[in-house]
Write a protein that binds this ligand. Structure first.
Ligand code: HEM
Ligand SMILES: N[C@@H](CC(=O)c1ccccc1NC=O)C(=O)O
Length: 273
């Protein structure tokens, strides 16, 4: 501590102040703030006050989706390497991010339906339905659905390639089953998987880390379910039963997605415990 104070003081006496060492890398240049803070461009005419919030919140979501994909890929790699402890640790971070994603819905809910309507007509036919990274998170987690690719009409070539890659590569569930096989547990049918999960659940002295990992996957699944629930409540609060700018029925479409589960066998396991 004393050393730090001394060296800061000596640097100041050399004519440079704290935080400007070398005067090359700065906070703003490292974080690319000029670029980042120049990406919020409201489109409505006359300007609608709440449109900046609407853009900012979606951009923040997309940044977190990018981070989630980065973490989930590492979770998958750790499971394929048999490192349950590492996958578990990374999933804890994933859960924290997901709680932020659910929590920030309330920021957008400070917008009134009237203030949303002031710029909503400018948004069509764009919609959150077109979020490629959101769908990548679903596919990577385990809920692959090629129908989305057919329904996405306005994808760039790069976006289409990313989604196609996610449809062919292994999911977190594939990686988890690989980890179970590495412990001599059978995974060749749903019945065999359930039997293996029961072995894990009933012998935590041997399989405690695999059990914790399964629970971490359940929490990832539950957080996604919570986000979908929170989103549909926000949607009904904003637009009632109007159809969506993306062309769906709106609330009813989103309610139809609530039963989606990434890991149905982990939920069914509860019935057998
Ligand atoms: C005023 C706030 C919002 C409203 C009224 C709203 C409305 C809707 C509607 C109606 C849909 C169905 C698709 C369609 O447009 O026909 C939808 C889908 C979607 N929205 Fe939003 N949304 C809002 C905020 C957000 C935010 C902040 C996000 C964050 C990224 C988001 C992400 C999504 C996603 C990912 C879907 C696709 C869901 C799925 O297919 O399961 N939305 N939204
Ligand atoms: N689909 C929404 C509009 C909307 O929320 C939105 C529009 C463009 C980009 C992202 C959006 N967010 C979530 O769907 C609506 O029907 O009002």
């Amino acid at each position: 501590m004393v050393g730090l104070v001394t060296s800061a003081a000596s640097r100041a006496s050399e004519g440079r102040s704290f935080g400007e060492e070398g005067a090359r890398l700065t906070y703003g240049s490292y974080l690319r703030l000029p670029e980042l803070l120049n990406q919020q461009r409201p489109a409505s005419e006359p300007p609608a006050h709440d449109e900046l919030l609407f853009i900012t919140i979606h951009q923040v979501y997309e940044l977190w989706f990018q981070q989630l994909l980065h973490e989930l890929e590492a979770v998958r790699a750790a499971m394929f390497d048999g490192r349950a402890w590492q996958a578990r640790a990374l999933l804890s971070r994933v859960h924290s991010i997901e709680r932020v994603l659910v929590g920030q819905v309330e920021v957008l809910e400070t917008m009134t339906p009237q203030d949303f309507l002031a710029f909503r007509s400018r948004l069509a036919p764009a919609s959150g339905f077109q979020s490629v990274q959101f769908r990548e998170v679903e596919f990577l987690s385990g809920a692959k659905d090629p129908d989305f690719l057919a329904r996405f009409t306005a994808l760039t070539d790069a976006e289409r390639a990313r989604l196609e890659r996610r449809l062919t590569e292994p999911t977190l569930w594939d990686a988890f089953l690989h980890l179970l096989r590495g412990r001599g547990l059978a995974t060749d049918s749903d019945e065999a998987i359930t039997a293996s999960l029961l072995t894990v659940a009933r012998d935590r002295d041997t399989h405690g880390d695999a059990w914790d990992l399964a629970e971490a996957l359940v929490e990832h699944d539950a957080n996604a379910w919570l986000w979908r629930s929170r989103h549909v409540v926000m949607v009904e609060r904003q637009i009632g039963t109007k159809s969506g700018t993306g062309g769906s029925s709106g609330g009813p479409y989103l309610r139809g997605r609530l039963p989606l589960r990434y890991y149905p066998l982990l939920w069914e396991l509860r019935d057998h415990l």
